[in-house]
Design a binder for this molecule. Sequence first.
Ligand code: GDP
Ligand code: MG
Length: 151
Amino acid sequence: MDRTFVMIKPDGVRRGLTGSILNRFEQKGFRLAAIKLMHIDRSLAERHYAELKEKPFFGELVDYLTSGEVCAMILEGEHAVANARSVIGKTNPVEAVPGTIRGDFAMDVASNVVHGSDSPESAEREIGLFFDEQAALYLFPTPQVAASDNV
Ligand code: GDP
Ligand code: MG
């Protein structure tokens, strides 16, 4: 099963949108495999967005991501990366169509409420950044009770 990394950004958590946003992914058909509320430091924010470090808005982006708690999650499902990106909508909420998360919950590119990985390789890299080996504990279904235990 494919998986992707999704993060509700500080404005989404602060505005109380965590449940509404998670609901969009669950309704779509994703399985929530891991979830964690955390306050990330500048180092993690900079590593997460390393590919954007030359952009003029990079400092503002790091300020934004470290301005409050984020909700990091691993979502599983068919074509997980592409399906999550389509649920999320375009980067700039001005262009994101209604029915997408950014189209329905955001107004400005500087506060667009949610992140989703842009490729399977990015997803694995980002999962590695936000969830350490301990996450393996959350990634598998609860073990079934052995048949012999039922008799
Ligand atoms: P995404 O994959 O759709 O999130 O878009 P990108 O990877 O291109 O950009 C990462 C994030 O940087 C976006 O989600 C925004 O939070 C932020 N960002 C992108 N463009 C701008 C901008 O022009 N100004 C500011 N302040 N933030 C931006
Ligand atoms: Mg991106």
